[in-house]
Design a protein around this ligand. Structure first.
Ligand code: 5RP
Length: 218
């Protein structure tokens, strides 16, 4: 089973969890894109969707789904998004696509967060995937020095600017034994906008696949 097959399976499975939601939050990335494609036939049943990135907003529009502003919708019944890593506690590393800040906002504003992820992304301990940290441009070097003090090795994501006009540091070698504490500690560095650790607000459900490509819900 390839990753792309697995992504297709989990994206389609998430459709079964729409319930009576008429407005949903939609994440960013290749798995979220497959979910948008699977959602297209249901466009008439939806009032619209809140997108976590400009890229997803464009894809939603192409699928015939209205893009709504979170400030107008209030809290959402459901948010569906991918992840770069997940653990048994449904804690995630996200932000490989650089959309972590809006993703965390929409996840926080949603009553249910379903993560759809290829089974190869399951880990016992988070952190093989470098943790994306979004920073205000003028704070880039300062934040990098502070992350080094925490034991991390930050790498500047060259040539990337987030939808919010900020930069990304991808941080290797952090200690993830207490993900909730690490998430808070990084957020408290001045100049950090957001980090891609979703531990304080983990997913409520992870839809993934096992080694044989069978659906698994965690
Ligand atoms: C984007 C994300 C994505 O959810 C994450 O990178 C997974 O992407 P993909 O579905 O393409 O594997 O956090 O910021």
């Amino acid at each position: 089973m390839t990753s792309s097959n697995s992504k297709q399976i989990v994206a389609e499975a998430a459709i079964g969890h729409l319930g009576d939601a008429t407005i949903i939050g939609i994440g960013t990335g290749s798995t979220a894109n497959l979910f948008i494609d699977a959602l297209a036939p249901y466009a008439n049943q939806l009032e619209g969707a809140v997108a976590s990135s400009e890229e997803s907003a464009r894809r939603l529009q192409l699928a015939g789904i209205d893009v709504l502003e979170l400030n107008e919708t209030g809290s959402l019944p459901l948010y569906v998004d991918g992840a770069d890593e997940f653990n048994i506690h449904r804690q995630l590393i996200k932000g490989g696509g650089g959309a972590l800040t809006r993703e965390k906002i929409v996840a926080g504003a949603s009553r249910k967060f379903i993560c759809i992820a290829d089974g190869k992304k399951r880990v016992n301990l988070l952190g093989s995937f470098p943790l994306p940290v979004e920073v205000i441009p003028m704070a880039r070097s300062y934040v990098a020095r502070e992350l080094i003090k925490l034991g991390g090795q930050p790498v500047y994501r060259q040539g990337f600017v987030s939808d919010n006009g900020n930069l990304i540091l991808d941080v290797h070698n952090l200690d993830f034994t207490d993900p909730v504490a690490l998430e808070s500690e990084i957020d408290h560095i001045a100049g950090v906008v957001c980090n891609g650790l979703f531990a304080r607000r983990p997913a409520d459900l992870v839809i993934t696949t096992d080694d044989r490509g069978q659906l698994v819900e965690l």
